[in-house]
Design a protein around this ligand. Sequence first.
Ligand SMILES: Nc1ncnc2c1ncn2[C@@H]1O[C@H](COP(=O)(O)OP(=O)(O)OP(=O)(O)O)[C@@H](O)[C@H]1O
Length: 240
Amino acid sequence: MTNYALEAEGLHTFYGKSHILHGVSLKVEEGKITTLLGRNGAGKSTTLRSLVGLTPAREGKVTIFGQDTTRRPPFTIAKLGVGFVPEGRKIFPNLTIEENLKVPADRPGHWTIDTIYELFPRLKERRNNKGRQLSGGEQEMLSIARALLLNPKLLILDEPSQGLAPLIVREVFNIVVRMRDQGMSVLLVEQNVRMSLEVADHAYVLNDGEIAFDGTAKELSQDEDRLQSLAGVSAEVWEI
Ligand SMILES: Nc1ncnc2c1ncn2[C@@H]1O[C@H](COP(=O)(O)OP(=O)(O)OP(=O)(O)O)[C@@H](O)[C@H]1O
C-alpha cells in the first residue's frame, strides 16, 4: 500500500476575484521526491501557498499525514512536520546567519544548529555575516537550513534554483536528494526541468491552474514534445 505525505483534491484558489487554481489534485508519496513543473504564472506558487495554508483554497481538500488540513492556518500545518522554503528565500537581511537559524521554533530531531553546520560548512564559516551580505546560493542554503531545523517530515521547496549558478544549483539538488534518501518526503516546485526530472520520482505539470500531466518523472523526461507543449518550457531552461 502506498502512503502519502500529502494529498490535495480539487483545489480552487482565488486572489480576490481572480480564479487561479481550477481543481488541482496532487499527491506526494512518503519518502519520494515529487516535482511540480510549469511555466511562469501557471500557478505553482499558488498551489504551494494553498497547501501550506498561506492562501487557502476556497474549494477542495488537503490531507497531510492523514490529517485534514483544509483551511488550517500555516502554524498548524508546520506543526505536523511540514517545512516550507518559500520563493525568494525570505531570510532576515539584518540578522546574521546564526541569528537567522535561531528564529525557527525548534522541533526536536536530527537537525540542530550543529548538524546544520556539518551539512552546510559555508554557513558555519560565515555564521556572523548578515543575511544581506550573502550570495544567492548562501541565502538559499540558509533558507533550506531554517526549514530543516523544524525537523520536517515533508519538505516543500518553491524554486530553490532560481537565480543560482549551475554549480550551486547542483549542490542544492544534491541536498534535496540527500533528504529524500534519509526518508524525507519532498515537494519540489521548479523551472529547472531537466534537473528536477533527474532527481524526482513523480512529476506533475501545471498549466493555467490545471494539472496537465501526472506521471513518473522518467516518463515525462522521455517525452520532450509533451514537455514542450504541456509546460511551454523554453529550450534554454531545458538545456541548462
Ligand atoms: N497576490 C496575488 N494577487 C493577484 N494575483 C496573483 C497574486 N499572486 C500571483 N497572482 C497571479 O496568479 C497566477 C499564478 O501565479 P503563481 O505565482 O502561482 O505562478 P507560478 O507558476 O508560481 O509562476 P512563477 O514561476 O512566475 O512564480 C499569475 O497569473 C499571477 O499573476
